[in-house]
Write a new protein. Structure first.
Ligand SMILES: Nc1ncnc2c1ncn2[C@@H]1O[C@H](COP(=O)(O)OP(=O)(O)OP(=O)(O)O)[C@@H](O)[C@H]1O
Ligand SMILES: [Mg+2]
Length: 233
């Protein structure tokens, strides 16, 4: 961690600066992303190993969606930052429910200005080996969806159902298999797709609707997983 502490002439310690250049503005263009999603590029934070930064893909930046239905037009305000806004709101809602975040949610630390636009700042999820955690599809493709992963997946589904967290996009690419050092075990973490995607926020408004919606999404995810594993459906 490169946060620097400077000393003033009088000897009193100055507050730590956010970044070594002191500007709080991060340059990402010169770096290679660690991963690419459909809409965002994921970069390692250039100074802080424990963080990743997500910015909109340049080609996925906002176009004028003139044909959108009226209930979707509200989200035009956030343009290509819509996913990050939804993520931030769900983070607060999950925290408000129990005054702590469920272990299966990606830690979100706010926003940072970069030369690729506004980045959302999240905890870098890593495996036991210290490398970035693979997503569920990568894990299956590497032939590493073993008994431990199967148990972690079952635990994830159970914990998601037991929480009031809303998910709008539960896909194999949106879950990573990460090492939980505190409890010395592997777990699945939702790194994208949390939050209500409905124009009218039915999942947020009704617990019952939210439970039914999550059940449906978990079944769809299990089907995706079975196909990826080549298991009979
Ligand atoms: N916090 C994280 N730690 C480690 N790897 C991550 C993290 N967040 C994302 N990734 C990796 O980056 C990939 C893309 O991230 P993410 O799903 O957030 O992008 P996206 O563009 O919003 O996705 P989508 O295609 O669903 O729109 C993930 O599949 C995962 O492999
Ligand atoms: Mg994604």
């Amino acid at each position: 961690m490169q946060i620097t502490k400077t000393t003033t002439v009088s000897g009193a310690a100055a507050p730590p600066r956010l970044l070594p250049n002191g500007s709080g503005f991060v340059r990402l263009k010169q770096h290679v992303p660690i991963a690419r999603g459909g809409r965002r590029l994921v970069y390692a934070h250039p100074y802080i190993d424990q963080l990743v930064l997500k910015v909109p893909r340049p080609e996925a930046r906002y176009e004028n969606h003139a044909g959108l239905p009226f209930w979707r037009r509200h989200f035009r305000r956030f343009k290509h930052y819509n996913d990050s806004v939804r993520e931030a709101v769900e983070h607060v809602a999950a925290y408000a429910a129990t005054e702590r975040l469920p272990p299966f949610m990606q830690r979100f630390y706010g926003f940072l200005e970069t030369d690729m636009g506004l980045a959302s700042v999240s905890k870098a999820e890593r495996g036991r080996d210290g490398n970035y955690a693979p997503n569920l599809r990568q894990l299956v493709q590497a032939g590493k969806f073993d008994t431990e992963a199967r148990a972690a997946f079952a635990e994830f589904c159970e914990a998601l159902m037991a929480s009031n967290v809303v998910v709008g996009d539960l896909r194999m690419e949106n879950l990573v298999y990460s090492y939980d050092a505190q409890n010395d075990k592997m777990k699945f973490v939702i790194i994208d797709g949390a939050g209500d995607k409905n124009g009218i926020k039915l999942c947020s408004l009704s617990n019952l609707y939210n439970r039914l919606s999550k059940q449906k999404r978990i079944h769809a995810l299990e089907r995706q997983l079975a196909i990826a594993l080549g298991d009979p459906l």
